[in-house]
Design a protein around this ligand. Structure first.
Ligand SMILES: C[S@@+](CC[C@H](N)C(=O)[O-])C[C@H]1O[C@@H](n2cnc3c(N)ncnc32)[C@H](O)[C@@H]1O
Length: 263
């Protein structure tokens, strides 16, 4: 591997950068500039490897989780950021989606700043918004939803966030990340609120070539997940806004039929 980090050219710096949801075109220009300027890139499993081409001169270190195993523990990542920055200069910490949405970007920045590094942050397109969006599911829509919750399905104690029970009582759209292992529990909370008919979509590997989607209701989604073999990484999106996707499909079909009848 060739990289240009053998002498420290810039002050010790950490830039926490959002890589977007998976499609390599869904990254910001500012993020590409940061990568181009990096001496070292530490990246996670949800980052599309194609993005590493934008850091042609940097050392690239995979620090994510693959096949259930972490390459590095969080404290080791923190240390790696600091030691690499002191040795080589600019470290880019490239994270899936937006680094400040369930991404531990804030923690890493805090640690780096406490060790005297210059710190910066480049926001990314969070999967919680863009993955449903790519499938024609808006998180808000006039008449259907006035707000949305983005909730983690797995807290640091490996439990379902208590916010899911609160969100189930609301009229908001609910997007749950890291929730697949708790799907039955989530469904139970919505059923307890009499919401068995509420539409649900589950999108796996959103915006990527291997994207998969299952659409149903609170009552049917568990069996749909089994049938379709849906698994992590996936977003669970619950709310009336899910119907927009079906509506768009119908409008497009009707339009095509109308046009074909005119020919
Ligand atoms: C640790 S969180 C990181 C979220 C990220 N910071 C963001 O803003 O998108 C990881 C979870 O995000 C969701 N996720 C991220 N990318 C996804 C994608 N392309 N398709 C579906 N879910 C995704 C999954 O729920 C996954 O388990």
């Amino acid at each position: 591997m060739e990289f240009r980090n053998s002498c420290k050219a810039t002050p010790a710096k950490l830039t926490v950068v959002g890589a977007g949801p998976g499609d390599p075109e869904l990254i910001t220009i500012k993020a590409i500039k940061a990568l181009n300027n990096a001496n070292v890139v530490l990246y996670d499993a949800l980052v599309n490897d194609a993005l590493l081409q934008y850091a042609p001169h940097a050392e690239k270190i995979f620090v994510g989780k693959r096949k259930g195993c972490y390459a590095y523990q969080q404290d080791q990542i923190n240390e790696l950021i600091v030691s690499r920055a002191h040795s080589y200069g600019h470290v880019v910490r490239l994270k899936g989606g937006d680094p400040f949405v369930f991404g531990r970007g804030a923690e890493e920045m805090e640690y780096a700043a406490s060790k005297g590094l210059e710190v910066a942050m480049v926001p990314g397109i969070s999967s919680g918004l863009s993955v449903p969006g790519y499938q024609n599911i808006p998180v808000t829509k006039r008449g259907a939803s006035e707000s949305f919750w983005m909730i983690t399905g797995t807290t640091k104690d490996h439990k379902l966030s208590e916010d899911v029970a609160l969100a189930a009582k609301s009229n908001a759209t609910v997007a749950i990340l890291m929730g697949m292992s708790k799907l039955s529990q989530i469904v139970g909370l919505f059923k307890a609120e009499g919401k068995g008919e509420t539409p649900v979509a589950i999108i796996q590997n959103g915006t990527r070539e291997n994207e998969k989607i299952g659409v149903g209701t609170i009552d049917s989604i568990v069996s749909i997940v089994d049938e379709e073999g849906l698994a992590n990484p996936a977003i669970i999106i619950i709310g009336e806004v899910v119907r927009h996707r079906e509506k768009m499909i119908q409008i497009i079909r009707d339009k095509q039929l109308e046009l074909s009848q005119k020919i």
